[in-house]
Design a protein around this ligand. Sequence first.
Ligand code: SAM
Length: 222
Amino acid sequence: MNSVHVSGIGMTSQRTRERLVNRLKEKGIVNPKVLEIMASTPRHLFVDEAISHRAYEDTSLPIGMGQTISQPFIVARMSELLLDTGDMNKVLEVGTGSGYQTIILAQMFKDVFTIERVGPLQRMSQKRLRNLKIFNVHYRHGDGFKGWEDKAPFDAIIVTAAPENIPEALVEQLAEGGRMVIPVGAQNGVQELMVLHKVDGELQKSVLEQVRFVPLLGGVVD
Ligand code: SAM
């Protein structure tokens, strides 16, 4: 597991981050580990400098290529749901995007395996995390619908874009006792955040709140 120490983070971002964490608490995030990680992780380094003054608003923001960095509340909520997982060794993330959720996972799990279909986003997030000296993340430029078969099974799987149906390959690659957190539903219809718990080879499904994610798309973009 890593923790993030970045030199040159001013007091201003520390204070704005603390304000964000207070908002997350007000909205129902309770896990102290998640709150502590979010209080020390520099989200402003995961967006373009031109909009970095908005990095600690509780909102999603554009990251280019028609994609977004997830809303901090959603990142916290999904991370909290994964912390109920028994083993915290291997997590698969589908949809690296800016790498912000990835760096949070890197502070919760021993190893993070992350897949992104859009080449420029994949390369940029990889560079960011290396600059922040995060070395327990393994990157793949590929189609997350297929998962990462040769690294399976995973103790946890998190999907940060919404498929219309739960991808079968991801279910197969979830370890016994493991949990998957995934938004499911059509882009212009209702999407639901789900937690799938694999018990004795069967999936126990809990449906949580309605959410709005970009769609999980097939294929890759160079
Ligand atoms: N957690 C990310 C963050 O905070 O930056 C959110 C990223 S964004 C909401 C979803 C990402 O999923 C996008 O970068 C998109 O390109 C990626 N994506 C969509 N379909 C994918 C697929 N089949 N495989 C891998 N990545 C995919």
